[in-house]
Design a protein around this ligand. Structure first.
Ligand code: ZN
Length: 148
């Protein structure tokens, strides 16, 4: 990766952590879940509004490090309009890219790619995946999850 691209990615992460998109609550909530990453102290609540199996709206509230907030912000932007199945697939793809020693060849086609630098910092991977784990719990109707 060129250093220019790395800088660009860093800017994106900073921008999302300072000005999180979709931060707050939803008026109509069909599922919500809380996530907790004790390793770093990140806490996130994810809200979803589902209609006919589609995510029509989503929001989150988070307290934690820049990575976890940026990841939640990027995730909510990515999710709107996706079906539950597509969202689950996106989660799978995202965590495969972050956690597999041999990441898939295909790059992620979105801003989510900006978070791939976290691969080099194993202790921060859970910060990036926490919002996604919480989302999956919210899509199933709600729960409280803790990363292990
Ligand atoms: Zn964190």
């Amino acid at each position: 990766m060129t250093s220019e691209l790395r800088d660009l990615y860093q800017e994106l992460i900073l921008d999302h952590s300072r000005n999180p998109r979709n931060s707050g609550q939803l008026q109509t909530v069909t599922g919500e879940a809380k996530g907790n990453n004790p390793l770093c102290g990140d806490r996130v609540t994810v809200y979803v509004e589902l209609e006919d199996g589609k995510i029509v709206d989503t929001a989150f509230e988070a307290r934690g490090c820049a990575i976890s907030i940026a990841s939640a912000s990027m995730m909510t932007e990515h999710l709107k309009g996706l079906t539950v199945e597509q969202a689950q697939k996106a989660h799978e793809e995202f965590s495969n890219h972050l956690t597999k020693s041999e990441p898939p060849d295909l790059p992620l086609e979105s801003e989510l790619a900006a978070l791939m630098g976290v691969r080099n910092f194993p202790t921060r991977i859970k910060c990036a995946t926490l919002p996604w784990h919480t989302l999956i719990a919210a899509l199933k109707g709600g729960d409280e999850i803790t990363t292990e």
